[in-house]
Design a protein around this ligand. Sequence first.
Ligand code: SAH
Length: 211
Amino acid sequence: MLADIESGVELTRDLIGRDHLSQRVMTAMREVPREAFVPENMRHAAFRDGALPVGHGQTISQPYIVALMTDLLELGQDSSVLEIGTGTGYQAAILSRLARQVYSIERIPALAQAARQRLLEMGYDNVETRCGDGYQGWPEKAPFDGIIVTAAAPFIPPALLNQLKPGGRMVIPIGMPYSHQQLKLVTRDENGEIGTRSLIGVAFVPLVDAD
Ligand code: SAH
């Protein structure tokens, strides 16, 4: 899996603006057992560099994308990070190895519950999860050094932008469901100025609007 991540980075280096990912991120990718987060009948494929279905019409992302998005956040040991779209909890577990505190929001109660249980049992105790609407972020825990959205939104949710610290970084796929999405890196500089950069084409499940 690590070799696939490295070759993914090599193939996309001009687009993503880096030729390798940080050692810290690669170590987290090596140490968090992806097979423990995928359904039992998918375990044989857990280390392939592909997305996998995890029920409720949702998917766990391709390892290369998980690693790249994590790397783009440039988290430090003291960082507080918000994830939208807990899914299986795999991405949250990776983040927990790199940040001080992880907050993660999932809208489907069954997935939120299963992920919370799994993270607890596996001992990832600096992850707090809740079931709710990611478009609103988590104002009580804001501001965040990093925000990672693991579902595609038609636009950058304003509430999330407001919850990003000066000097903070957000990674978010923007575009229509399943196609023509661009992974964007959004930064807020120390003066509050927002910068946005498009990196690569991606295919995420949609960030669903609250009903
Ligand atoms: N990061 C996950 C995979 C995410 S799949 C992992 O590591 O396994 C995208 C997830 O986003 C799905 O579980 C979906 O239910 C959730 N989602 C979609 N719209 C959402 C919203 N508005 N708020 C919170 N979660 C949402």
